[in-house]
Design a protein around this ligand. Structure first.
Ligand SMILES: [Zn+2]
Length: 326
């Protein structure tokens, strides 16, 4: 079941894979930002006058002095002055422009505060504080800050963008009350040597853990070190495909992208011979039949890896056998 790694053993290359975490963050805009976004769809920019007489653009939802909501919003821009800026030499995916541009704080005419937006000016050498800029409107407007495609120098050639220029495109009917912000993190994950061995084991339908040489605890998935003793865990252990449900929850809530239809059970499974449990699905029985101490067996999928755990058809494990892992 186990063998020590000896000094001459070849160390395999760690595994690497691109990972993407993404979700759409959806929020309601509230009464003030709803007016702001709705106006953008109509190529108008609104600000809010505060108790001290200053006009904030974008508008505040609560007055910074009195905490009161603003009264009527006022039109500002669409021209303004660059207050400060920073050059973006290599734009990232999802940013306003694909070519190098400036992030700038722009004080719109009629406003006392500045708003952040992109300025399309071609090169950093052409960018300057004090520059007069105007909004370039997106061809299709939906009631979003992206209805302003970017700002451009007022002396730039080409047709001026403004309410009197260009055809009217379809705009949202009625007030815009919500916004969706996509959140996305793309990164390259490099597995540790211990994790790499574990993942390679899964491809061969083996469950590989590591045992600490000091305390004897078996960790699966292996961490490479013992968190209790702080020493490397060098002994590899192959574990059986059976284990015990220590705790579990019934998932009743649906969400976008969910691969299993609720209700279903997510459980902590303590593999036989392991000292820490890991999380997995329990399928193959009614959620109401899952219980602490239930004996389960790994069900493998064709591509390598465990699809889920299902009932092993054995008598429940006595509480004392897994109580230390709760
Ligand atoms: Zn240890």
């Amino acid at each position: 079941m186990s063998h020590p790694l000896d000094a001459g053993e070849t160390v395999m290359e760690p595994l690497r894979a691109p990972l993407v975490i993404e979700f759409d963050y959806t929020r309601s805009l509230g009464p003030v930002l709803s007016q702001f976004m709705t106006a953008l769809a109509g190529r108008r920019i609104l600000g809010a006058r505060g108790a001290d007489g200053r006009v904030h653009a974008p508008p505040f939802e609560y007055d910074p002095v009195t905490a009161d909501p603003p009264g009527d919003l006022v039109a500002v821009g669409p021209e303004g002055t660059v207050v400060s800026w920073s050059w973006m030499p290599e734009p990232l995916a999802g940013q306003p422009l694909a070519e190098p541009f400036a992030w700038a704080l722009i004080r719109l005419d009629g406003a006392d505060t500045a708003m952040l937006h992109a300025v399309d000016v071609g090169s950093a050498a052409a960018m300057r504080t004090g520059m007069r800029v105007r909004a370039r409107w997106a061809a299709k407007r939906t009631g979003s800050i992206r209805d302003i495609a970017c700002f451009e120098p007022c002396d730039a050639p080409g047709p001026a963008a403004g309410p009197d220029h260009g055809p009217d495109h379809e705009e949202p009917a009625g007030a815009v009350t919500g916004t969706v912000t996509p959140v996305r993190l793309s990164y390259m994950h490099t597995a540790s040597p211990a994790e790499s061995a574990y993942l390679r084991g899964l491809a061969d339908r083996k469950l590989l853990g590591q045992r600490c040489g000091v305390c004897g605890q078996v960790y699966v998935p292996p961490r490479g070190t013992c968190p209790a003793d702080g020493v490397p865990t060098r002994e590899q252990v192959e574990l059986p495909h059976t284990g015990t449900v220590t705790t579990f929850c019934v998932v009743n809530v649906g969400y976008p992208g969910q691969r299993v239809t609720p209700p279903y059970v997510a459980a902590a499974v303590l593999l036989d011979g392991a000292d820490i449990a890991f999380q997995h699905l329990i399928l193959g029985c009614e959620p109401g039949d899952v219980r602490m101490g239930m004996r389960v067996r790994a069900v493998w999928n064709d591509s390598g890896g465990i699809s889920h755990f299902g009932p092993a058809g054995e008598p429940d494990a006595p509480y004392e056998t897994y109580a230390r892992s709760l």
